[in-house]
Design a protein around this ligand. Sequence first.
Ligand SMILES: [Zn+2]
Length: 403
Amino acid sequence: MVKVNDLGQQTRLGQRSRSPRWAIAGKFQAQQATTIVEDIQASVGRTGALTPVAHLRPVNVGGVTVSRATLHNQDEIDRKDVRVGDTVLVQRAGEVIPEVVQVITEKRPPHAKPYHLPDTCPACGHEVYRPPDEVVARCLNLACPAQVRGRFEHFISKGAMNIDGLGEKIVERLIASGKIKTVADLYRLTFDDLATLEIERTVGRMETEAGQSKKMVALGDKVATKLLAAIDASRQTTFARFIYALGIRNVGEHLARVLERACQGDLERLLAADTEELEAIHEVGAIVAEGLVRFTGNESNRAVIRDLLALGVQLEAVEAAVGADLAGKTFVFTGNLEQMTRREARELVESRGGRAASSISSRTDYVVAGPGAGSKLAKAEELGVEVISEGEFLEMVGNTASF
Ligand SMILES: [Zn+2]
């Protein structure tokens, strides 16, 4: 792909009807496009953080229809001065949520007003607080329905317990009906609980607005059977996925794997660790250690963990013994992988003691490039970082069998 990187030039070159004039798709499609911000709404996550989200006129970006983009926080909105009605340049980068790169100010409609996050939570109406030294504003109500829902959604998400098919609507109804109060309750759900659960469905002809109506419909036997099987399958998990699923502040997927190795997959060791022991682990700083101890020291959190284990959740033995043969090595993946997903590739690197990073620097040891590798490949060559193929990577980790 040939692309003009200078944003000013991009703006001057402008758009053809379907794709920007500054990017000519050769083999690959542009990862950027322009569209209009139709609305800006604050969404509340599981930690109470308010994230402003731009609702966009749907646009095709690199083969995917994008209708939302994150605006990160108020500072970002102020810096980019994004307003409702603005024409904006959006981009997709890897697996990251699309973001607004910049406003095309020449196309701004008159009377467009700057956007400010609300002072109260859009989900529960509770006061929103932004500490003076932080960029994130949060709803402080732990019982906030958006936070509760967010915690469940995180728990069942792909990188966590990976319960397939348990969508937003179903989770919302399960909470509202009182069938799930803690994440452990998911493993107590019966066939009847699910089969009789009513969710709102749109029925009638899809083509016309007028022909549609909303109706409460029970999930039914087929869906219930599938969901129960998915819930059951999720019982077999790993230490790292389990720790990540708990949603401990600052413990992402990578750090969960760091903890798995450090504790050698022994949950009791993690539950018993104090801040000093935790801080001795490479990559665990004071903030993470304190957050962990606060979490594991909380009696209701421990009760949920005990419940989950009693309900049959099993943590697979850690792969620590397989080796630290990639210890200290940093990998960056770019382009399409054919034999595994990015997530699997990252897990593979980390299970061998290496690190998977998302951007290239002079400290990167290997760039694994598949078809479609773009700017990262160029950067690797510029920095003299060794570039290997997916096949060479698999040979290096000596693990072609498991994929
Ligand atoms: Zn709230």
